[in-house]
Design a protein around this ligand. Sequence first.
Ligand code: FES
Length: 331
Amino acid sequence: MKFNLRAYRFNPEIDEKPYFKEYTLEDYPGMTVLNALIKIKAETDGTLSFRRSCRSAICGSCAMKINGISKLACKTQVSSEIEKFGTVSVEPLSNMPVIRDLIIDQESFFDKIKEIKPYLLGQREDDGREGFHILKEGEKISQPVYYKSEFKNLTGNNDTPNCILCECCYSECGGVTGNAKYLGPAALAKLYRYSEDPRDNDKNGSRLVNGSKPDGMWDCVHCQACEEFCPKGISPVRTIVKMHERTIKNSVIFSKGAKHVISIAKSIGETGRLDEVKVAFESGGISGLINDLPMAFGAGLKGKIPPIRLKLIKDMDDIRLAYKELDLEEK
Ligand code: FES
């Protein structure tokens, strides 16, 4: 069956602005979008540019937007796209500048990955287990023993070691779209992955401290897009929530984000409602309050600020009771 493939084209050396070019191809059973692009490049238009390598959904190179959704081209069947959309339209990933056609500049993405130190830190102390000890100079390498249970936080639904750095989550992340400095889901999932690795010995929790800074884990907007679009079934947003819990438990509470969460919980627990002014003050102090003024003013103009004298909310005590039941302070 014949189908049309619409490809985003842009060569900054000759094009004033991007445009779409349409190609007509013959589909065959099992044809992937990457197969189609390779066929176009080999037989019709050698100038069409895109990245690819493994063709097995393990290198992450071929990520692009297919019919508006960030996907791996080598994992996406032409037939299923035609079935859903009636056509195949390919564009470069979002949230990164385009170099040419479907090739994006990955520098900002990988700079953020480097920032979270994606390697094991320190040296684990000898805990006396058979097969594990710190090597002495000149000593032959012996393999430390680790037990499967020690990796429990890295497997199952949150299989963060499976991340192939394809950038699909980064491309779909609303947090990155709103704030280009935000680390983004892939870097934060890596941060979690190394923090939870039993072989890591980041004694003073420098990764979590780093990840708690502005533009880090507290700037996640919880849009869940990273979970929805990860081609490997990883849920970065769930790892981010776990890190929130850990940073609060580990008293890494100097960051505005952590203080904000604690203040919200306190406000609801004590009064059964959200005292926005108090929360703003407790999260960022006087300077935080001043910084929030323009936003508060803008919200006020749009009628989004609750009246100063709140009427007593019916069943307010029930909210306080529910809070107590949840025992949020303990968590
Ligand atoms: S080519 Fe490697 S993931 Fe698609």
